[in-house]
Design a protein around this ligand. Structure first.
Ligand code: PXP
Length: 251
């Protein structure tokens, strides 16, 4: 994603999956995630993120091209490490592909990818995406072993899973919150030192985004569920603007 206009820039990628979730609840065309992508573009969002899940519970195959045709924003395609998803990514050529773990029964992406344990599965997928000019990102826990695995795979980007941090805040556990924050902070610094661009996402809200946005090495946050939820009350435009303001304030 290439918005370099802000000093010390932290990009905001908006995950529009849950617009599609609402659409799919009735099986029709409304609300259209493409319209959400256009709104994100109009208010200065830096990118669109979408997860094409194996069960197609959010966006569907045909949405990908429609999203790409509708805006010039870079598309970050979240995908499981499967042959099916690889061939879809190669066909659509998104700006970036973020490899995520995926279990059919989970409600959302719970936990990071085991990049260390899956090294042999990931090598050909990362290589083929990279050879096609797609920027590969690995969605991992902020953990040295996983970061080391990302380095060995030659991934240019990692996205740190902020779910545990978000849960610690919800539980009112300040010790765990500090520990999680420190972990993300330390691993973002280590990633940057090793030439990997660190991103973060999952469970971020107006209330918890600022300590994460303040981590200087982070280049991008990907935020979805909360923004789409807020959009029900205030509109997507206003929700994206507010998140942007909070992120900028924290830098
Ligand atoms: N980043 C990645 C890799 C994800 O899988 C998700 C959830 O799909 C998000 C960010 C956004 O998480 P949330 O919807 O909780 O903001």
């Amino acid at each position: 994603m290439t918005n370099f206009s802000r000093p010390n820039s932290l990009r905001l990628g908006v995950n529009i999956d849950h617009v599609a979730t609402i659409r799919n609840a009735r099986g029709g065309d409304h609300p259209d995630p493409v319209r959400a992508a256009e709104i994100v573009a109009s208010v200065g969002g830096d990118g669109i993120t979408a997860h094409l899940r194996e069960d197609r519970r959010h966006i569907r195959d045909e949405d990908l091209k429609r999203i790409q045709d509708a805006t010039d924003l870079p598309l970050n395609l979240e995908m499981a490490a499967t042959e099916e998803m690889l061939s879809i990514a190669l066909r659509h050529q998104p700006h970036a592909a973020c490899i995520v773990p995926e279990k059919r029964e989970e409600r959302t992406t719970e936990g990071g990818l085991d990049a260390a344990g899956l090294h042999n599965t990931l090598v050909p997928i990362v290589d083929r995406l990279r050879d096609a000019g797609i920027r590969v990102s690995l969605f991992i826990e902020a953990d040295e072993r996983q970061l080391d695995a990302a380095l060995r795979l030659g991934a240019p980007v990692v996205e740190f899973h902020t779910g545990e941090y978000a849960h610690a805040i919800l539980d009112g556990d300040s010790e765990r919150t500090s520990k999680e924050l420190r972990r993300i902070n330390d691993m973002a610094a280590l990633a940057a030192k090793n030439g990997i661009e660190p991103h973060a996402g999952h469970g971020l809200t107006y209330e918890n985004v600022q300590p994460i946005a303040a981590i200087p090495q982070l280049a991008e946050l990907n935020i979805g569920h909360y923004l789409i939820g807020e959009a029900v009350f205030t509109g997507l435009e206003s929700a994206v603007r507010r998140m942007r303001e909070l992120m900028d304030e924290a830098r």
